[in-house]
Design a protein around this ligand. Sequence first.
Ligand code: LLP
Length: 386
Amino acid sequence: MITNKAIEAFRQIETPFYYYDMALLQQTLQECSKQAGLYGFQVHYAIKANDDPRILAMVRDYGFGVDCVSGGEVKLALDAGFAAEKIVFAGVGKTDREINLALDAGIGCFNVESIPELEVIDALARAKGVQAPVCIRVNPDIDAHTHRYITTGLEENKFGISAWAFDELVAALRAATNIAFKGLHLHIGSQITIMEPFKLECKRALEIVAKFREAGFEVTDLNLGGGLGVDYDYPSLNPVAPFEAWFGTVAENLPVGHGQTVHFEPGRALVAQCGHLISRAVFVKKGKERKFVILDAGMNDLIRPALYGARHYVENLTSRGGKLRYDVVGPICESSDTWGEGLLLPATSRGDLFAICTAGAYGQVMSMRYNQRPFAKAYYSDEILK
Ligand code: LLP
C-alpha cells in the first residue's frame, strides 16, 4: 500500500526509483511460512526474482532457503547469510567453476538438468573426494498455459531431462561414484494463476517417484519449483499471493511417505506486490486522437511489458482530476517502451507522480542501462516513513 505519507516523501526523491513496502513483504513471507509450515514444506526463495539486500535479509530471517541459477547467485546467497545446506542450484549451463564453488560451499542440492551435467558434477566431486547431493530436474511436459517465454515444463523447452531419456539417466546414476541421489526437481512455469497445472505436476511427480523406485533409487526430496502467480490487474485487492491454495493443492494431491520432504521455489509470489516503480510525468502530449503521458521510467527500468507484453497496473498518485484516457509511455527510443494504451486515469499534468505496481519481481534485477540511463535506486517504506 502506498500511503499519503509515502507520497509526500516521494516528492523529495529523484525519479524513477523502486519503492519497497517492507510491511507487505513481511506479511507475505509470514503467510507463506505459515501455510508451508502446516505441511512441513521447505521453501527456497528464487533469488533471481529480486536480489535486493534488504529483501534478502528479511527472507533469510524467515528461515527460507534459496533457489539459485548461477554461481553469482550462490555466492550472493552465502554472503547474505543463508545456510549453505538450504541452497539449491538449478540451471542448464552450470560451468565447472560454478559447480566447484557450490561443492566447496557445501550447498544442499544440485538440480541437475542433463546427463552430461551429471557426469561433470560426479567427476568434479570425485576430484574433491566429496559426494554431491543431487535432484534430477525432470521435464514434466506439462503446459502451464502461461506466456511462451516463461513456460519451462514443455518437452520442447531446454530445461530438465525428458522421460524418454530415463534409462540412460539411470545408467549414468548407477555409474556415478560421487553423486548422492536425493530425488527430483520439477518446475512447470511462472505466473500460474490456476491450480490445475499444479495438480498435474503432482500426478507427474508421483509417477516419476515410482519409476525411480523401480530402478532402485529412493526419492527423499521432491522439489516442485516455483510458479505461483500474482494479481497484476488488481494488486490492491490481492496483495498477498494465494499460498494457502497452492500448498493445500499440493498437500492434497501429493501424498508423501515417511522421510520424504517437499520443497518449493517461489520467486514472484513472495516479492512482486511489495515493489513499485515510482515515476514522474515528464510531459503530457496531445496527439490527433490520443493523449500521451510520457513518464521518466522506461523499459530499461522494468522490461516486462516490452519483453513479454506484460501489463502492470499504472496509478497516478497525485492527481484528483476527472478521468481521461491516456497512452502511458516511457522515454526510451523503442515503440515497445509502453506502460499501457488507453488507460483511464485522473487528468494528468507534468510532474504528477505515478506508480507502476507489482514491480517487485523481475523488475530491478532485469534492469539495464540502455540509452545511458542510470540504474533506478531502491527505497524502503520503513526508512522513508520514519
Ligand atoms: N524455480 C525455477 C527452476 C525457475 O526457473 C524459476 C523461474 C523459479 C523457480 C521461480 O519462478 P516464480 O515463482 O518466480 O514464477 N522474468 C520472467 C519470469 C522468469 C521465470 C524464470 N524461472 C517474468 O518477468 O515474468
